[in-house]
Design a protein around this ligand. Structure first.
Ligand SMILES: NC(=O)c1ccc[n+]([C@@H]2O[C@H](COP(=O)([O-])OP(=O)(O)OC[C@H]3O[C@@H](n4cnc5c(N)ncnc54)[C@H](OP(=O)(O)O)[C@@H]3O)[C@@H](O)[C@H]2O)c1
Length: 311
């Protein structure tokens, strides 16, 4: 099979022939059709988290995928050969089971049926960013009807799903991104849009939501997290995927989330997509041979919606 492999941290990826993996007990072999590209892929290639995740070169990166089941390992009977599935395929260690390849062997417990109303390209973009928004808003953030939710980094891969999920729950959404993305955010359902480049969000928020917001979901980090914290009402909650709590006052109800595979939640996300509540916005597709261009784009930190690699 062809796979994009990393031979050392800090280098470019190269597409090479690799052996097709054999599904072990409880695993299925999936023919990958498309894989979402996420900021973490480029960070891992640079060596970020190398001390936290055991690894061995050559590495096949990539944690998102949609595809078709080709073969089942011993005891893997939840799905049938030919089923169309999608998954967030992050393992506890970094290994050569990444999704930037023609095939991946993955525990069937990570998989859910692919939504029937969207393409493989769209489905491959959903799991990591969708599960992240889901776990942050519904689990850690406990978003509920009539909450006011500020989403920092609202136009990106995670933020685009977060805006839609918060609206689905009946919250009022304040979306923060650059002005060029505000029409896009209103289409997703945002009630208010703030431009982090020309506005001080922790000042203007009090004109829009005089009591302060109930929940801040931070997908940006740095000083932006602190601006979000200053926008909270007394007793408000802050959930971040980029800041582990640095510089935050002790009294804030704070959670850092590192997203985990969860097939039950992914199945709920499938239902939201099939009901038309959750739209997937692919802004660019790349071939496996152009994967380094996709990494350059995701490294800008200014991708709108999702980008994918198509096998
Ligand atoms: N902990 C976890 O499990 C986890 C999971 C997923 C992602 N993450 C991390 O979360 C971050 C976001 O991921 P992503 O996939 O959504 O990234 P992305 O697709 O690259 O989106 C980034 C978005 O952030 C916006 N942005 C940049 N600077 C901003 C600022 N100062 N204020 C407000 N918005 C700003 C950009 O909007 P403009 O183009 O308008 O500037 C862009 O739309 C990344 O660092 C990623 O590694 C962590």
């Amino acid at each position: 099979m062809e796979a994009a492999i990393l031979e050392e941290f800090g280098s470019k990826l190269s597409v090479k022939d690799q052996p097709v993996p054999e599904p072990k007990e409880g695993e299925v072999l999936v023919k990958v059709k498309a894989s979402g590209v996420n900021p973490v892929d480029a960070k891992l290639a640079q060596g970020y988290m190398k001390d936290r995740l055991p690894h061995e070169f050559p590495l096949i990166l990539g944690w998102d995928m949609a595809g078709v089941i080709e073969k089942r390992g011993h005891g893997a009977r939840r799905f049938s050969v030919g089923d169309e599935v999608f998954a967030y395929a992050r393992r506890p260690e970094l290994n050569n089971h990444g999704t930037f390849a023609d095939y991946i062997s993955v525990p069937e417990s990570y998989l859910a049926k692919k939504p029937i109303n969207i393409s493989f390209e769209e489905a491959g973009a959903v799991p990591l960013a969708g599960l992240t928004a889901y776990q942050c808003l519904f689990e850690a953030g406990k978003v509920k009807l009539d909450d006011t939710v500020m989403i920092l980094g609202a136009s990106g891969g995670v933020g685009s799903f977060a805006v839609q999920m918060a609206k689905y729950e009946g919250a009022q959404v304040v979306a923060v991104a650059s002005k060029d993305n505000h029409d896009y955010l209103r289409e997703l359902g945002a009630d208010h849009c703030l431009d982090y480049k020309s506005q001080k969000i922790e000042e203007v928020i009090w004109d829009i939501i005089p009591d302060g917001v109930d929940l801040v979901f931070d997908a940006v980090g740095g000083d932006t997290t602190l601006q979000g914290a200053r926008s909270l009402k007394e007793g408000g909650r802050l959930v971040s995927i980029t800041n582990q709590g640095d510089g935050l006052p002790d009294h804030i109800d704070f959670h850092f989330i590192f997203t985990e595979p969860n097939a039950r939640q992914l199945d709920h996300i499938r239902e939201m997509v099939e009901a038309g509540t959750l739209k997937v916005n692919i802004t660019k597709e790349y071939s496996l041979n152009n994967i380094n261009d996709a990494f350059e784009q995701i490294e800008t930190g200014h991708t709108t919606g999702k980008i994918i690699v198509k096998m």
